[in-house]
Ligand binder design. Structure first.
Ligand SMILES: [Zn+2]
Length: 326
């Protein structure tokens, strides 16, 4: 047995021997959230997803919502980038100002999760693995004036600009290939480095939804996305065996229209109804009763990481943690 493996085994055994109290007091708290694009709740409940079932087995699965208050000032289009920005900042579009996927002018007044973590404790390791470059350069706003002077420790993205390695095709096979690449990068990095905060964004499901609507090809894409989640979950489990305390969140940014499943962006129940899977067991009734929203995810992750946002930032957050306890 190679020495490194022996060391890992010894650490795993040690972690297993510690009493629970000692473990929770000393275990580093880490979080990864995975966003699978455009999967309605009824679809995730219908298609076999063994990897997400395994994550939920120790925690929970529940329906959730996007889109803000229907008919109210916070109502937010059920479109991808507005959804990501709501997740990242725990605010709706009336504050973050992202209402579409292009020509965004984000309002960086409302700090995103990465800015909060890097500002409060720059020693924490942050990482992004994304099939869409704008998540880093526009929404998170790394390096942008007014978006905060912070950096991510690691990013793997921008593959869609590499048309040699990933030649674009109408069937969106290149996006599937990029999702695979992004997943491989994320799984390796998590297994080797155990970053403190990680976002994995995978796009292919939404492309198949737009192209085929509610159909076998769309459901197949959901099964493939679940398998990618399984690879990241396996990496997290390797870190947990070393004594780290992980929170995993898997979610989506919007549902799809009820008629064909090809579109989204409106305010129908199926477009506004989403879902959240987590490995955490200490869930509030708000989560288990299906009342959680996408803006609750950032406060929950900060809760798990034991990081308090600056009061002026926390005050503007629209969500609350769905975790119980300290
Ligand atoms: Zn989307």
């Amino acid at each position: 047995m190679p020495r490194r493996l022996l060391m890992a085994t010894a650490l795993a055994l040690l972690a297993g021997c510690l009493p629970p109290a000692a473990r929770s007091a000393e275990a580093p708290h880490k979080a990864v959230f995975i966003l699978l694009d455009g999967i309605p709740a009824d679809v995730i409940e219908q298609v076999p997803t063994p990897a997400m079932d395994a994550i939920a087995a120790s925690g929970g699965y529940a329906r959730a919502h996007v889109g803000g208050e229907l008919g109210g000032p916070t109502e937010t289009p059920t479109i991808s980038a507005p959804g990501y920005m709501s997740l990242l900042t725990s605010t709706w579009a009336d504050k973050h100002h992202v209402r579409g996927n292009s020509n965004q002018s984000p309002n960086y007044t409302y700090w995103n999760l990465f800015r909060i973590v890097e500002t409060i404790d720059s020693s924490r390791v942050t990482a992004l693995f994304s099939t869409w470059l704008d998540n880093r350069t526009v929404l998170i706003g790394v390096g942008r004036p007014g978006a905060g002077d912070f950096r991510l420790d690691h990013a793997a993205d921008g593959f869609e600009l590499d048309t040699v390695a990933f030649p674009h095709d109408r069937a969106s096979r290149y996006i599937k290939a990029i999702d695979e690449r992004v997943t491989s990068e994320a799984a390796s990095y998590i297994a080797e480095r155990g970053p403190d905060l990680t976002w994995v964004y995978l796009q292919h499901t939404d492309d198949m939804g737009h192209a085929h609507g509610d159909s076998a090809p769309f459901h197949e894409a959901v099964r493939e996305a679940d398998a990618r989640v399984g690879r990241i979950w396996a990496a997290v489990q390797r870190r947990q065996a070393l004594g780290e305390d992980w929170m995993v969140v898997v979610t989506t940014d919007h549902g799809r229209d009820a008629r064909t499943g090809m579109g989204h962006g409106g305010s129908s129940p199926r477009e506004r109804t989403t879902w959240i899977v987590t490995n955490r067991a200490e869930l509030t009734p708000r989560f288990t009763s299906g009342q959680a929203t996408i803006v609750d995810i950032a406060p929950s992750i900060l809760h798990h990481l034991r990081i308090a946002a600056p009061p002026a930032v926390a005050r503007e957050m629209e969500g609350v943690s769905f975790l119980r306890g300290p």
